[in-house]
Design a protein around this ligand. Structure first.
Ligand code: NAG
Ligand code: NAG
Ligand code: NAG
Length: 976
């Protein structure tokens, strides 16, 4: 045979095997067909289903059945489930079952979506994985073994931990800092074992593969063109369809492929190459795709004996199996994350940490509501003597919110990088399903009658529920229309309360009530207008707070400040406000007897917005006054400092920038510790800058997904330094000197940065104008005119004090008790008994819910049911419980210790426990049977957390939880 034109090329690349027959190819190329299908970006889920997704699954299944060599990996379960439930015929379902069983169709990742990793909370990541995995297990009896996160913008160190706990053998990421990726390519370090946590044992490590700079797209190898929205074209003709492979063009395709393969092969240590075949919205005409690629691959393989390269269709699992079998010793990477992500010198993807702040807030409120709803419903189903509400209906409300919260974790959802109409879709899904859960909660409290008698008609009950498994002392706030009220508890005793004119509605009043609620318990307060003047009653009464006004002040820069200070105090802090500026001046902390200078201001970044002058800021990328008026509202429980800021030239408008700071006074001692040690701040708009006189060396600490903290030293770059020093803050951040630490806790994701020594700034909101045609055409600009109201808590104190309080305070903020009002109907119920559920302080109840999965937790039994074509019934006595140790190994002398919990006695308040089963993170697998691959490593003996802990006997109610562990259980409760 005449030598082909591309043979000299291979010689150049050094890929030619010396002449002579080869028994084995020198390089195996794994062509992995996939379609990246965003769950909302430029188009809604509905539109995407119509325009292409339905055709992806229809045509892929057909092609895979026709040809045994063809493979496909399916990623986003939202789409697969919509197709499975709404489109697939019985015949197609049978075919899919066959393809899955034979390993030709492989589910990777298996979550509802491919979640973002920078601005999502790990509670929500677990939820979205669980929703997808449970469906796969219910339907096919399988669990995904590999993960595929090829588009999210950066990677957090939480990821390896969660994926290892989910049972994955290996995982793939792609978007990391371009400069780092380049170095990893040159040094053949794109593959490594990742230890995401410094406290956890080897069980939580995972083999990680970073895609090379070609990413997940195979430019030049698509034949099906671009989908047309909203409907597929009748004639099947799509824009940008590539010319089919013909005898004439075959050679150029083969050359292109071999050239690409040759270049990439040098970046990896083993003779296996992962070659993702696909891109966004591909394979809606799988027949066209496969028929053309078949020809190219056949041609390449004809000459394997000459060039040593073989190509094959593969699933992700096929590829990793080959790499694993090669038995190399791998480098280990520690718990450093891959944030922030820069795709190029001038493109730091840090703007999205604050884009669509309103949606970010809504997503977390929905998640917190789900947490409460799950816990109230579980209590109700386990404890109510009679069910007045239909549990199936209740479960449905919860399941719908689980879906909506899962969906918004998508990397073009909570990130704020989507088109306007897609954002409207996320908001609509979240709001309607939150309404459903509110209805469920209202029905649950209507079913319960409080224990005290004699409420007079006309008043209200405030029913307060604490979803955390600790006793919580806090202040709840209600808005009422009248100032004279009397508030009494279950036994008719008056409770401490304070009312004041509402900051937002001048005609209404904020009513603050001090409450202490045991874990997973309710309190009931009756609120009635008091007809008598308060002095007559002789009882402790609701007090009206007094108010002091401080007029508009100009900030006098350069002048001596601090001449005249107004102190505002509680038992832990004194906040000093400067009368000359009406701004914060300093904070004194009692325990350390130290005063730290703290100033706060609003700042705005002016961004590049014109494409004619270089790269611009957009939803992804961030490239980079004042007068204040103050009012102090002081009462026995809470003092509120109201600071109003005016933007220049906008005087006549009501303030659009404001900070409301609150200091609370509660009981002394441990009950009131968390309440005392926080300065609550509610804002309008941003960004906000807090400067301190702490010597911090510009090092900032911010969290990964609310799970663990990362140190962020300030880095100088040649360009774009401000943006590249921005980090996500999902739940917390802090700066510290040797003696003091200032912690910020938040209810939603923000961008955070420390640009100067002792300074920390939080990006609260973004609004941009730009003239980029692509962005304008796709409605991707960020002209966000909403007003946002984020809440932050500030904790100040010694490192020891704040590191003990940090995690629990973060959770106290995330899961504040919920207050529900119900009208008094004069009905008197019987005594309503409740037993609290209380965990030790270092352990958090990550979730308590009735999942309602339709599978038996006995794998053999489940497979038998599936084979018979039956579906199991949801078991309402099977409760999902997940516990999390909050502390790192060396974080706190006491709280970092392993904690032993007897689940049977802790959960006694919910009923009697029949059995305890430990499960994988996403619940689908018995942990004792979840065998993951092991990978040999360069330094296997380096000291690790708790690698030698003895395994508890299976089924034992006694569990010992080590620092940072997350443990998942099914608890079976007795019927009553
Ligand atoms: C706190 O510090 C101040 C000055 O630094 C000192 O005068 C005072 O005695 C200290 N108080 C206590 C209780 O140590
Ligand atoms: C952009 O969004 C607005 C509001 O949803 C809509 O009216 C407009 O048609 C959209 N423009 C494009 C180009 O999609
Ligand atoms: C931004 O939005 C506001 C309010 O919707 C509108 O008045 C203004 O024209 C928009 N600006 C740009 C540049 O699109």
């Amino acid at each position: 045979m005449k030598p082909r034109g591309w043979l000299p090329l291979l010689l150049q690349l050094g890929l030619m095997w010396p002449l002579g027959a080869l028994s084995e190819p020198r390089l195996r190329v794994f062509v992995v067909p996939h379609s990246h299908m965003d769950v909302g970006w430029l188009h809604t889920v509905q539109e995407s289903m119509q325009a292409y997704v339905t055709n992806v699954y229809n045509s892929v299944v057909e092609e895979l059945i026709l040809e045994r060599r063809h493979r496909f990996i399916a990623v986003e379960q939202v789409y697969f489930r919509l197709w499975w439930d709404g489109v697939a015929s019985d015949k197609q379902k049978g075919q899919v079952r066959q393809l899955v069983a034979e390993g030709r169709l492989e589910f990777v990742l298996g979550g509802q979506v491919m979640h973002d990793k920078a601005v999502t909370h790990f509670d929500d990541q677990i939820l979205q994985l669980t929703e997808g995995h449970s469906f796969l297990y219910e339907t096919f009896g399988i669990r995904p073994q590999f993960s595929w996160q090829v588009d999210p913008f950066g990677a957090s160190a939480t990821t390896p931990t969660l994926f290892a706990l989910s049972g994955f053998n290996a995982h793939v990421i792609s978007r990391i800092d371009y400069y780092l990726k380049e170095a990893m390519q040159i040094n053949q370090q794109l593959q490594f074992v990742w230890r995401g946590s410094r406290s956890l044992s080897a069980q939580q490590e995972i083999f990680t593969h970073v895609l090379d700079h070609f990413g997940y797209c195979s430019e030049g190898f698509y034949w099906d063109g671009e989908p047309i929205f909203p409907h597929p074209p009748a004639d099947g003709w799509y824009p940008n369809m590539q010319l089919p492979v013909t005898q004439k063009s075959l050679q150029s395709f083969v050359e292109a492929m071999l050239y690409n393969v040759g270049e990439r092969a040098t970046w990896f240590q083993t003779p296996h190459l992962l070659w993702p075949w696909g891109c966004d919205r591909q394979f809606f005409n799988a027949s066209l795709q496969f028929s053309n690629m078949d020809r190219v691959m056949e041609e390449v393989n004809k000459f394997t004996y000459q060039h040593g390269i073989s190509v094959q269709y593969a699933t992700l699992g096929n590829y990793f199996q080959a790499v694993h079998a090669h038995q190399l010793s791998w480098k280990v990477r520690d718990h450093q994350d891959f944030l922030p992500y820069s795709s190029d010198l001038l493109y730091a993807w840090t703007g999205f940490y604050a884009s669509r702040s309103g949606l970010k807030g809504l997503a977390r409120r929905a998640s917190a509501l789900l947490y409460v709803g799950e816990s109230m419903f579980t209590r109700y189903v386990l404890l109510a003597p009679h069910w007045f509400l239909d549990p199936a209906w209740g479960l449905q409300q919860l399941q719908q919110l689980r879906w909506a919260v899962s969906e918004v974790q998508h990397h073009d959802a909570i990130t704020g990088t989507h088109a306007v109409k897609v954002g409207d879709m996320f908001v609509e899904h979240l709001s309607t399903r939150m309404e459903g859960v509110h209805k469920l909660m209202a029905s649950i409290i209507q079913d319960r009658s409080p224990a005290h008698s004699g409420p007079e008609p006309g008043g209200h009950f405030a029913v307060v529920y604490n979803p955390l498994a600790w006793t919580v002392t806090t202040i709840i706030t209600l808005t009422v229309e009248f100032p004279n009220v009397s508030i009494t508890d279950e036994s008719g005793r008056p409770v401490p309360a304070q009312f004041q004119r509402s900051k937002e509605m001048p005609s209404a009043y904020d009513l603050h009530v001090l409450t202490t609620i045991p874990g997973l318990s309710y309190r009931h307060y009756s609120i009635q207008p008091s007809r008598r003047p308060q002095e007559d009653t002789g009882e402790p009464v609701t007090s009206l707070a007094s108010s002091r006004q401080f007029g508009l002040r100009l900030r006098r820069s350069g002048k001596q400040v601090g001449g005249s200070l107004v102190p505002v105090k509680n038992d832990c802090y004194t906040v000093f406000l400067d009368k000359d500026t009406n701004l914060m001046h300093s904070i004194w902390e009692r325990r350390s007897n130290r005063t730290v200078l703290v100033t706060q201001s609003f700042r705005e970044y002016h961004v590049k917005s014109d494409v004619n002058h270089g790269p611009i800021s957009d939803n992804y990328v961030f490239t980079p006054n004042g007068r204040a008026e103050m009012e102090i509202v002081e009462g026995p429980l809470v003092t509120e400092i109201r600071q109003y800021f005016y933007r220049q030239g906008n005087e006549e408008m009501r303030p659009t920038f404001a900070i409301y700071s609150r200091l609370a006074r509660g009981p002394q001692g441990s009950d009131g510790e968390l309440l005392c040690h926080r300065i609550e701040q509610e804002y309008r708009v941003g960004p906000l800058e807090t400067s301190t006189k702490l010597n911090t060396g510009r090092a900032l600490y911010s969290d990964n997904n609310g799970y663990q903290m990362q140190r962020r030293p300030y880095r100088n770059y040649k360009s774009n330094t401000i943006a590249r020093n921005y980090y996500p803050m999902v739940q917390s951040a802090f700066i510290q000197s040797r003696r003091s630490r200032l912690v910020l806790l938040s209810t939603q994701a923000h961008g955070v940065s420390s640009q100067r020594n002792g300074q920390v700034e939080v990006m609260l909101h973004r609004r941009l104008w730009n003239n980029d045609k692509g962005a304008l055409g796709n409605n991707l600009t960020l002209n966000d005119t909403s007003v946002v109201h984020p809440v932050l808590w500030l904790l100040l104190g010694s490192r020891a004090l704040t590191s003990g309080l940090h995690q629990r305070s973060g959770l106290a903020l995330q899961h504040r008790p919920v207050v529900m009002l119900r009208e008094m109907n004069g009905e008197v119920g019987g005594p309503w008994k409740q037993k609290a559920v209380t965990l030790p302080p270092g352990v958090h109840l990550q979730i308590l819910s009735i999942p309602g999965w339709k599978y038996s937790s006995d794998h053999t039994e489940h497979l038998r049911t599936l084979q018979k074509g039956d579906k199991a019934k949801a078991d309402l006595r099977c409760v999902l419980l997940r516990l999390q140790h909050l502390y790192e190994v060396d974080q706190d002398q006491v709280l970092s210790r392993p904690v032993t919990v007897n689940l049977r006695s802790v959960l006694r308040g919910l009923g009697s426990v029949v059995s305890v089963e430990e499960r994988s993170l996403t619940e689908t697998w018995d942990v004792s049977e979840m065998y993951r691959w092991t990978w040999s490593m360069g330094d296997p003996h380096r000291h690790r957390g708790n690698s030698s802990r003895p395994l508890p006997p299976p089924g034992s109610p006694e569990v010992t939880i080590y620092p940072k562990e997350i443990r998942t259980f099914f608890i079976h409760f007795q019927e009553h």
